[in-house]
Design a protein around this ligand. Structure first.
Ligand code: ZN
Length: 132
């Protein structure tokens, strides 16, 4: 995604708007009634001129969780909210897969005032789905 130069404040507002749009207000059991649980193991990396960061997390999704599968980019100044696993999960459930893994590069910019530099954020994920 390419955007023009933005101030931090504008970037922050833009990200809030993206989060609001991302929220479905629908829970997992409404969308995927056959799903009992989803476990998302994910490893995030980001490096910039200021150093690098690395995080390893597990996200447990229950039928009552909101069907919003966005993992935040580790770059706090990133111009996008992060990695949307929504379509990966929906297609995995469609094909009744119990495990799916992959990786994604962040599509944001490094910082709101660096529109020419793309964000280095990266995620590696393994999604485990248990059906009823
Ligand atoms: Zn990013």
């Amino acid at each position: 995604m390419y955007r023009k130069h933005m101030t931090d404040e504008k970037n922050c507002k833009f990200k809030q708007m993206m989060w609001q749009n991302a929220h479905t207000g629908v829970c997992v059991e409404q969308l995927y009634p056959e799903v009992d649980s989803i476990e998302i193991h994910y490893i995030r990396d980001h490096s910039s001129a200021f150093g690098s960061s690395h995080r390893d997390d597990v996200w447990k999704v229950t039928p009552q969780s909101e069907a919003c599968f966005i993992i935040e980019c580790l770059n706090p100044e990133c111009s996008t909210i992060g990695f949307d696993l929504g379509s990966v999960i929906s297609s995995a459930i469609h094909y009744h897969k119990t495990e799916v893994s992959g990786e994604m590069d962040c599509e944001g910019q490094e910082a709101p005032d660096h529109p020419e530099q793309s964000c280095d954020g990266h995620v590696e994920y393994t999604i485990k789905i248990v059906y009823k």
